[in-house]
Design a protein around this ligand. Structure first.
Ligand code: TYM
Length: 330
């Protein structure tokens, strides 16, 4: 029997090339050998304020993106988290098994709540890793392909699952993260000490999958570089150019050695020009497909309905088993 893969993207904006290189590209490959669940995790999006109209548009944008990058609904289960109520139900059941201190230690919560202070941080934001654990554990997931920033959440999921199994008897499979060696942390083009992020305010540090060719060109040409010259891969000493090389590597398949050989004697300007060219060639067909899918919401709804039909019975069975173990079921 095939092993199970689960992963998701929050519909808080159009995905960027960090999401694509760190997560989505792996998902496409995994479809060959695994039973894959790819979820649009909208319940997670509302842990921070959202405009309802925009949120709904972004849900469709993520569905269109999944299809445009090559997720095949005939092979994989593509669905919307809030359609399957068992995600929030298992989230609650697991929350009762979680300690405040365990969640206070999560780095993403610490970072995000710094802005508002913990008194004003949402309870949903605080409890978010438990909902993520529920997403993963509902489907007996073996592998979770994600970027590096999700590592701590997956470790927490394993910890929670192990403790539940010890207390109530074998119930959950312990999942493993699948994190790539290069590209698991694509950095901002404007500040290579920060990860590329949907919440980058100016947008100049982030390339969205729907950016037009000229916008991609501009953002790459204006990307910051390092103080020392030369194209060589050294994320510690040359974080900016190493980040650009990671993107180049993912788009072309060239090794770092080949990129160093090809551009070794050249300046940053030449390398950026070449990067913009290969990136545009790679992203423009994806952008065209996203726009085509977005014109056909009926088709997207049909795919999400079919995904629901496949995911729901599995999730329902797992929640019934959990409730039974905990003494809730009649
Ligand atoms: P989200 O929506 O922030 O990001 C989606 C995926 O993109 C990866 N990623 C990156 N990878 C490389 N470089 C970057 N700069 C970069 N930025 C984002 C993320 O690691 C992620 O894999 N909590 C999750 C969503 C989630 C989930 C789940 C994931 C909810 N339930 C269950 C896996 C399994 C999140 O906020 O991802």
């Amino acid at each position: 029997m095939k092993e199970t893969v689960f992963s998701g993207v929050k519909p808080t904006s159009i995905p960027h090339i960090g999401n694509y290189i760190g997560a989505l590209r792996q998902w496409v490959e995994l479809q060959k050998d695994y039973n894959c669940y790819y979820c649009i995790v909208d319940d997670h999006a509302i842990t921070v304020p959202q405009d309802p109209k925009m949120l709904r548009e972004q849900i469709y944008a993520i569905a269109a993106t999944y299809l445009a990058v090559g997720i095949d609904p005939k092979k994989s289960t593509l669905f919307l988290q809030s359609d399957v109520a068992q995600h929030t139900e298992l989230g609650w059941l697991l929350m009762t098994q979680t300690k405040m201190g365990e969640l206070s230690r999560m780095t993403q919560y610490k970072d995000k709540s710094k802005k508002t202070g913990s008194e004003s941080a949402g309870v949903g934001l605080f409890a978010y890793p438990v909902l993520m654990a529920a997403d993963i554990l509902l489907y007996d997931t073996n592998k979770v392909p994600v970027g590096h920033d999700q590592m701590q959440h997956i470790e927490f999921t394993r910890f929670l699952a192990r403790r539940f199994n010890e207390k109530f008897g074998q119930t959950f499979v312990l999942p493993q993260p699948l994190i790539q060696k290069v590209g698991a942390r694509i950095m901002s083009l404007k500040d290579p000490s920060k990860k590329m992020s949907k919440s980058d305010e100016s947008g100049a540090g982030t390339i969205m999958l729907t950016d037009e060719d000229d916008v991609i060109q501009k953002k790459i040409m204006r990307a910051v570089t390092d103080s020392t010259a030369g194209i060589s891969y050294d994320p510690e000493k040359k974080p900016a150019v190493s980040n650009l090389m990671s993107i180049y590597h993912h788009v072309t398949g060239d090794t770092m050695k080949k990129i160093e050989d090809d551009f070794g004697g050249k300046g940053y300007g030449d390398f950026k020009k070449a990067l913009a060219e290969v990136l545009i060639a790679h992203l423009s067909p994806i952008r065209t497909k996203i726009n085509e899918y977005l014109k056909n919401p009926k088709e997207l709804n049909k795919i999400l309905d079919e995904g629901f039909e496949k995911a729901h019975p599995i999730a329902e069975k797992k929640v019934r088993a959990v409730k039974d173990k905990m003494g809730l079921a009649r």
